[in-house]
Design a protein. Structure first.
Length: 141
């Protein structure tokens, strides 16, 4: 299974903000830190704000932050939110689909995939490899 760049960037934003709970961060700061498109990141951040993962503060001193604690953000739920399609194979037009056992095997594999992801919060992921903030050479503006 391969996750989309959208999901990758969404997770990166959340990890960045989870490592900086002491202040608001800007989209441009995060984009610069990761070397990714600010315009693309704006769409993702907007979605994460609308879905309750992030809080946006407007104004001159504004920015974004996690809307809830990193412990309360489940990785499985986040992936389900950011990914559009989990069909591993397109079976709709296949002539053997009614007799094929592969569909149920793939469904079982997908369930196992999410079973693992559902066991982890954003805080668990952040703590798993230690402090990565020194890798991101960006400071607040």
């Amino acid at each position: 299974m391969r996750l989309t760049r959208y999901t990758d960037y969404a997770v990166r934003v959340l990890l960045y903000l989870a490592a900086r709970t002491d202040r608001l961060c800007s989209i441009s700061e995060i984009a610069t830190a990761y070397g990714i498109s600010q315009n693309h990141l704006m769409k993702i951040v907007n979605d994460l704000v609308n879905s309750g993962y992030l809080e946006s503060v407007r104004g001159r001193s504004g920015g974004i932050r996690l809307a809830r604690s990193a412990d309360a953000i489940n990785i499985g739920q986040l992936i389900r939110h950011t990914e559009d399609d989990f069909d591993l194979v397109e079976c709709g037009s296949c002539i053997i689909a009614p007799a094929c056992g592969l569909t149920s095997v793939l469904d079982e594999a997908l369930d196992a995939f999410f079973s693992v992801l559902d066991r982890y919060s954003l805080a668990d992921v952040l703590a798993r490899k230690g402090d990565f903030t020194h890798l991101l050479h960006v400071t607040a503006k």
